[in-house]
Design a protein around this ligand. Sequence first.
Ligand SMILES: [Zn+2]
Length: 390
Amino acid sequence: MAHRFPAGLHGATSQTAAQEPVIRSAELRLSDRELPLVSPARLYVCGITPYDVTHLGHAATFIWSDVAASVLHMAGVDVTTCRNVTDVDDVLTQAANSHGRAYDEYALYQEYLFEKDMAALRVHQPTHEPRARHHVTQVQQLAAALLATGHAYQRDGHVYFRGAHTVARAGLTSEQALALSAEYGDNPDDPLRDDPFDVPVWRPSTDRQPGWPSPWGRGRPGWHAECAAMAIALLGASIDILAGGEDLRFPHHAYQAAMVETATSVSPFARSHLHVGAVHQGGAKMAKATGNLTLVTDVLRDHPPAAVRLLILNRPWHAPWEYHAGDLDAAAGTLEDLYAAAARPGTSPAAITAVTAALLNNLDVPQALAVARDEAGEAARLVLRVLSLA
Ligand SMILES: [Zn+2]
């Protein structure tokens, strides 16, 4: 299904008195980078590993990615979005095994619950929603390409990508990178590797793990290689925005980019990044492992979806923040103020320009909301539409 957006400002083209079209550059500033765009903008969002319920930390990533696409659409840019499902993953396999279910069947049920949460939160359906298990052939082709160009080597059923160069590029010290690699399951202590920062593009599977035949034996893809292959398959060798939670910056996105770039000779893989700030609760990052979770289904029982979106969006997208239960009531109050502003008359072109400029300036939602409240009328209605709050 196509990515459908509310009608917004299509300000990229206008007519002069002489009816000659004037094309203005559709330009988003993201972090400190100016990003002139040519349709279609390509947005890859690292999606879920479907093994457990969706919490507010997940919701923040997908709502901000959704708003980035809507803002681009507002500016007159067509957007192709790709949000993958990591349905070949050891965490998922373990969860499925513990429930006595096949990994793919278990994943489908969890995906159903996730889609329900996303629909309730008014997150638009992405243009593409690839599953890792449908792109195993592309991972094998990626492995073969990396082997052919000398960026990977085979060992005991594995194909390892030579990844030492990703550390400096990510601006990390070896110690920092090693800690992150261990934390996110890259197993840097694996003695088979030439270097602790080499990671598997392909690895052998036991009978209890999903596996496919390959030139290197029965096996399955590595995590970073899955997203590299799915991005190439659906969006090509280069994208405009790579989005995900801030914890994906390294190793996941660093390796995804390095694999695509070395296999395709196209660089950079991602022109910009949207690494969304983590949501904390009780002083720690919201996570299943620590049990400090607030689930999307629970907050939607007592609060309108628009209040949840507003709570997530009314802040800088990259900043980590602490969730307190009372915050949703405050967000619902702010929402009422916005609805009242939208109900007032008024179509000030300057106010609409100010809203548009704020959203294109690093997705500055707080500034856009301030203009909407002060100026009311069409400026407020535009903000409500673009943020899917109406
Ligand atoms: Zn990914």
